[in-house]
Design a protein. Sequence first.
Length: 477
Amino acid sequence: MSALWTAKDVAAATGSTSKGSWTASGVSIDSRSVAKDDLFVALQGPNFDGHDYVVQALEKGAAAALVHRAIKDSDSYHDRLIVVKDTFLALQDLAKAARARTSARIIAVTGSVGKTGTKEALKLGLSVQGKTHASEGNLNNHWGVPLSLARMPADTKFGVFELGMNHAGEIAPLSKFVRPHAAIITTVEAAHLEFFNSVSEIADEKAAIMAGLEPGGAVILPRDNPHYARLTAAAKAYKCENVISFGTGGAAPASLVAWSLTPDGTQVAAEFDGRRITYDMIVSGRHWALNSVAALAAVKSIGADYHLAAGALAKLAAPIGRGARTRVAVDGGAIMVIDESYNASPAAVRVLAETLAQMHQPVGGTRGGRLIMVLGDMLELGTAAQALHADLAESLKLADIHLVFTAGTLTKHLQDALPRQMRGGHAPDSKALVPLVLNAVRAGDVVAIKGSHSSHMDVVVAALRALKPTPKAANGN
């Protein structure tokens, strides 16, 4: 593998000196997953200190380590330590250097929901056109973004970065690190309200992705969102003249014309500046279709081939916990398990219900199946949390969801607001909810699970995926 960083490069980027001569093919901040020839950055946080694991990382084959204090029992590794004033600032320096040395076309993505899926769509669509680097998983915060940048090879042709936040003032600094040529705001919704006074303030924070936009760069905005006018006003304030909207209804230059569920995913018809294209994806739902339009608009804006990118979306798979579908054999047939357990917001639950409402085909050939939602608490919603949970009842009724199971304190308000025939059951936590769900499901059902990450709804997913048909009793003679 070619060198990502040399000792000389790291020293120059961080303003330090290196006693040794080595090359690193990766960058890591976790000694548990550090790989051979990684540069290990010993970050110090409130609950951990990477300096305590430097020797362990080097013993596992790390090329070198960035540190800002003395390391016990490290004498034999003295030529593989680079001492800096602060390792977090050094990581940021590496990020700046990585961004400065590349001529890659860069796209950044933020939004209340849909960030990671849109990032994955961009990664897939651009990878067929050149060497593409994208942030892994949800490395989208104050240390994840610099880490993702530091991992970007100099000869990258396209870069894709996800920017996240839960407090005001977080997006702008990340955007200035990334310096994108195109920035996408997927949507603005009631998420992280615990730390904002209104959704309008969330819109302002999302708009800060334009703070680092390269001169002449484009911003792709959700035209159907209630805060679209506020976002366009922010674009003007950030002196961004290239505003591209995406949406439905034909008013946006990047428009979702039609979408429909197929047995394998979603078929999409879209128009870009009046030119129609159609493509298929193996993920399901209107939100995937709409966000794919935003992704293709960004691809087009940086001069890449959006037709090639659209064709590549046929291989787009849902990330773990964000829509992965599993067919599980049970007595009499099968059920479909939809794993949306990674995170949740009121808007995302409504979108999931809308997607379920389109699932008319039987599962595993079994007719008469039901649409079931299993929901955990949605967190960081502030003083409106109880009402936001209860208000979901109307959307679930309109989507003709048959049964709703809930776990947690906040979802109890939703359970109580539902018509009696829709109340599947409630439990204080996901573990206690498992037997209620397992006893209720039957062949033909579609079961979707969603909740904030700390609600641990993945416990329900795992239990459903572990179901098996009852073994047939041996026939007696």
